[in-house]
Ligand binder design. Structure first.
Ligand code: AMP
Length: 422
């Protein structure tokens, strides 16, 4: 029987895993420079955490979660996003007691049963950050700067930052009524999806992809023009901080998150290279979520960004990553004595941190040389009785084909020199 990977999932093969390592390493380095610390949470959680945490009305909870019952009858869900898990851990381990502002990051697989297409998978990877414990707009600005810094460091451009404010529990309810009133007379012309959203989650109608919905909402009142004093001040401060940080942005009143625990800042980072799934990252403030999940009322802000989409952009823009790691040395053996020596010497070199390969398939010398080529080893030596008797070997650089004779005793030192020079 032949098995293949599940639709919407992807194997990351050796030929591409070095690019993932490079991206992940860059993410970790930048996160560290902003003093965010890593959190890792389990792949699955109680279903209720997401049903509450993400909001029972979202598409994720409605149709996309991988939910199953374990043998004990508990309903579990593979995590479709990270914020709810992070907040669960924050509350469970009292992280807020150790310091007032807790800055966490992650890099992990997420699971959503979406219709697979380019840039949309069922197991995909996100990196993201959450800053929990502060309300001031400079924290929002810092998370935005952090995400953009990762893209800058990786060398991708151009990307667009769109920001908005979705208000708070004071100014949003009256605005929602105003918005619904505006839409009431065109209700019948709205798409089916928007009709469903009208009662439960009307703000999401603003980011509908349906062309008629877009025309119908063209002149609709926007939340950003109906903010209370406090939200208005916060939004102005965010813009001022972004300007200070020389981060260009567009204010877009259609960026919405639509759920009640989202407050104030909402943003999206978009790449024109991505086609219809153009969002690289989305983020915002969620001052009411910690309390909703059973913790003390604690403001928080964060973002989540897709790694597959980031890699797609990097590929399109031919962004350079590190090279695939190849063995520094291939030890080919001319005879049995050479084979023994190769095995033992390889162990010593590996212990010294030098990557090397030997023949493990008892191949002819010619076949070993072909293998060295295929493995893209940087250097090759051939060892047999005569080399061992003379204590001399020829170190061949594969790229140039140049050879130089060195003493066997000097091999380790020579390779260490080359290794540190790479
Ligand atoms: P969200 O959690 O839906 O706000 O998504 C945040 C980011 O994760 C998006 O901007 C995408 O880059 C990425 N993302 C979300 N869903 C998927 C998916 N199904 N496949 C690949 N990437 C995704």
């Amino acid at each position: 029987m032949k098995f293949t990977s599940i639709k919407g999932t992807k194997d990351i093969l050796p030929g591409e895993s070095h690019r993932w390592q490079y991206v992940e390493q860059t993410i970790r380095t930048v996160m560290h420079t902003f003093n965010y610390r890593e959190i890792r949470t389990p792949a699955f959680e109680e279903t209720a955490l997401f049903a509450r945490g993400i909001g029972e009305l979202t598409d994720i909870v409605g149709k996309q979660m991988y939910t199953f019952q374990d043998r004990g009858g508990t309903s579990l869900t593979l995590k479709p996003e990270m914020t709810a898990s992070v907040i669960r851990a924050y509350i469970q381990h009292n992280l807020g007691e150790q310091q007032p502002l807790v800055k966490l990051y992650y890099c992990a697989p997420m699971f959503r049963q979406e219709r697979p297409q380019a840039g949309r998978l069922r197991q995909f990877h996100q990196f993201g950050a959450e800053a929990i414990g502060g309300q001031v707009a400079s924290i929002d600005a810092e998370t935005i700067a952090l995400s953009l810094e990762i893209y800058r460091k990786l060398g991708i451009k151009p990307i667009t930052l769109k920001i908005n404010s979705v208000g708070c529990e004071v100014c949003r309810p009256p605005y929602k009524e105003k918005f619904k009133k505006y839409l009431q007379h065109v209700y019948n012309k709205l798409s089916e999806e928007s009709k469903q959203r009208f009662d439960q989650n009307p703000l999401r109608i603003l980011d509908s992809k349906d062309a008629t919905d877009q025309t119908l909402t063209q002149n609709a009142p926007l939340m950003k023009d109906h903010l209370c004093k406090e939200c208005d001040r916060h939004f102005a401060q965010l813009q001022s901080h972004l300007t200070t940080l020389q981060i260009p942005f567009i204010v877009d009143g259609r960026i919405v998150r639509g759920l009640d625990y989202y407050t104030k800042t909402a943003y999206e980072i978009i790449s024109s290279e991505l086609g219809s799934q153009d969002a690289l990252a989305g983020g915002g403030r969620y001052d009411l979520l910690v309390e909703e999940l059973g913790g003390k009322s604690t403001p928080a802000v964060g973002f989540a960004a897709g790694i597959e989409r980031l890699l797609m952009v990097m590929e399109k823009q031919k962004v350079k990553t590190n090279n695939e790691l190849m063995p520094l040395l291939y030890i080919a053996s001319a005879d049995d004595r050479g084979k023994h020596w190769a095995l033992e010497q390889a162990m010593q070199l590996r212990r010294a941190g030098i990557s090397c390969e030997v023949d493990l398939l008892n191949r002819s010398l010619k076949a070993q040389m072909r293998d060295a080529d295929r493995q893209k080893a940087l250097y090759v030596i051939v060892v047999g009785e005569s080399e061992l008797a003379q204590k001399k070997i020829s170190l061949k650089e594969m790229s140039s084909g140049t050879e130089r004779s060195i003493s066997l005793n000097d091999l380790m030192t020579e390779l260490e020199k080359i290794h540190t020079g790479i």
